[in-house]
Design a protein around this ligand. Structure first.
Ligand code: BG6
Length: 285
């Protein structure tokens, strides 16, 4: 079965041997394997029972980033929005000669009463995961099916599993102004990003749709290709923040980096009846 629906997750298997796993909780992709090697980080302390956002994988940030308050609403939504803490539905699955695809859906009828009050708009999200032999595309479509316009931010908050955070580079963001959330300042990126401590940076309006993460000390790496997305967040909590997170191992910051593609610098306004889509294609270097 190219797409197997288990009680709480969906497993995609490509004839090449590549595979992916997506929890219905948050539509969080928790595994992408190529050549039997895991490429996605999930904390050994991640809570997978649907009581908390999954620490790792690709949580879907929507409709706010961080503790953001969405325009035209009165109270703050949960951190990073409700999409990653809502139970999605498997809408469809298919496969052809190239790829195995699963489509997940969330709409206003599926979110909690509390979140519905905080964000009172009629919406429909469709999240498509398309697994090919050596790539995986994750695409979010947002539909405004109500009569009022709404504004949103979104992020494909990808946690990559890497050999050593202090030895990878993030290439493709040179020459861009960014918000350094650790130092609470703005700065200009010169050259490649190297990780030497806590990093939490928001790059707006990237110039190239491709961001590479070579492993540097060893062969390989991963690449993101952005389609319809213009911002990238780079995050590594490093030691002190890691120690403060109950669902993250104290030493795990060494083997992960989040490079997150999305729209977070500005809200996207979606008129009644309107649709928007953005995606990332992950591949190997
Ligand atoms: C990043 C943010 O996207 O997500 C960070 O820029 C945040 O500020 C990180 O700490 C993790 O967020 P959370 O809510 O999953 O702990």
């Amino acid at each position: 079965m190219p797409v197997a629906h288990q009680s709480n997750k969906v497993i995609l298997t490509h004839p090449s041997g590549a595979s992916a796993e997506v929890y219905l909780y948050g539509a969080t992709l928790t595994s992408w394997k190529v050549a039997n090697k895991e490429r996605i980080f999930v904390s050994e302390k991640a809570i997978l029972d649907g009581s908390k956002a999954i620490r790792g994988g690709i949580p879907l940030v929507f409709p706010v980033f961080g503790k953001g308050k969405a325009p035209h609403v009165t109270a703050a939504l949960p951190q990073h929005g409700f999409a990653r803490i809502s139970l999605w539905k498997l809408l469809n699955s298919s496969d052809d000669a190239n790829a195995v695809t699963a489509e997940f859906g969330l709409d206003h009828t599926l979110i909690s009463e509390e979140n519905r009050k905080l964000w009172p708009f009629d919406f429909s999200l469709v999240y498509t995961v398309k697994l090919a032999a050596e790539t995986i595309e994750t695409k979010l479509r947002v539909h405004n099916i109500g009569e009022k316009s709404f504004d949103f931010n979104t992020l494909l908050h990808t946690y990559f599993l890497i050999p050593d955070a202090s030895k990878v580079k993030v290439i493709g963001l040179s020459g861009i102004d960014y918000v350094d959330k650790v130092l609470a300042t703005t700065a200009h990126q010169e050259g490649d990003i190297v990780i030497k401590g806590e990093v939490d940076s928001v790059y707006a309006n990237v110039k190239s749709p491709d961001v590479q993460i070579p492993y540097v000390a060893e062969q390989g790496g991963v690449q993101l290709h952005l389609k319809g997305l213009s911002d990238v967040v780079v995050w590594n909590p490093w030691a002190a923040k890691a120690a403060g997170m109950a669902d993250f191992g104290n030493e795990e910051y060494h083997k992960m980096i989040c490079v997150e593609a999305g729209q977070v610098a500005e809200f996207i306004a979606l008129a009644a009846g309107g649709s928007w889509e953005g995606s990332q294609i992950l591949s190997l270097l």
